[in-house]
Design a protein around this ligand. Structure first.
Ligand SMILES: Cc1cc2nc3c(=O)[nH]c(=O)nc-3n(C[C@H](O)[C@H](O)[C@H](O)COP(=O)(O)O)c2cc1C
Length: 211
């Protein structure tokens, strides 16, 4: 099989302006629910793109943990590469690739750190193993061997065997306040439907884009 021959038709139906909800976050929530109902693998997984100080883009997947009118939330290590990028340039891009339902959503916006109270609320809801791993892993730093990580994990497991695990100061969430949200629905003959919501002061402008 040649890579050139790998293709498929998109035929799950179009997206018409009359079917769009007026608010893009409501529209996103509708599509997210449909992605969950369709039993997609990791429906909340999104790619986050950031740029480093030279303008070099980087991308990685994180899990969406909350979304409302204020924005899209994910949690991470605050010393990680992505967090360092955001420190320098808070403009980020998010992308949801929902292949089986022939949809993607693309978001641009500005990242801001969550409050300590929000971090604590989510951290305390996580399984203990995830809490320990968050402390054990100095995310994005170079390590000599996997054993270093496992040793640290075991050490922390013993240390916190009885009591609660405090939220580490170097761990927390970001909320991406959206400035644009684009909805893409695959169409027959590559005539896909795209609608771009762009924030204009308080209102959202809606434009159809060529595929
Ligand atoms: C399905 C999936 C979910 C992930 N979820 C998260 C997450 O919620 N937070 C996180 O920090 N990393 C998550 N990761 C790991 C990141 O993709 C990435 O490797 C890590 O955050 C380090 O990125 P950085 O070095 O660019 O900061 C996830 C990876 C995958 C494949």
């Amino acid at each position: 099989m040649e890579l050139e021959d790998i293709r498929r038709e998109y035929c799950k139906g179009g997206l018409r302006r009359k079917d769009l909800l007026a608010d893009p976050v409501d529209q996103f929530n509708l599509w997210l629910q449909q992605a969950i109902d369709a039993k997609l693998t990791d429906p909340t997984a999104m790619t986050v793109a950031t740029v480093d100080e030279t303008g070099q883009p980087f991308q990685r997947i994180v899990l969406l943990k909350d979304v409302d009118q204020r924005g899209f939330v994910f949690y991470t290590n605050l010393g990680s590469r992505k967090a360092q990028h955001i420190e320098h340039n808070a403009k980020v891009s998010l992308h949801f690739p929902w292949h089986p339902i022939e949809r993607q959503v693309h978001i641009t916006g500005v990242a801001e750190k969550l409050s300590a109270a929000e971090n604590m609320k989510y951290f305390s809801s996580r399984p203990k193993g995830s809490q320990l791993a968050a402390i054990a892993s100095k995310q994005s730093s170079r390590i000599s061997a996997r054993g270093v990580l496992e040793g640290k994990f075991l050490e922390l497991k013993q240390k916190f065997a009885a009591g609660e695990i405090p939220v580490p100061s170097f761990w927390g969430g970001f909320r991406i306040k959206p400035e644009s949200i684009e909805f893409w629905q695959g169409g027959e003959h590559r005539l896909h439907d795209r609608f771009l919501f762009s924030k204009q002061q308080q209102a959202w402008q809606i434009d159809r884009l060529a595929p």
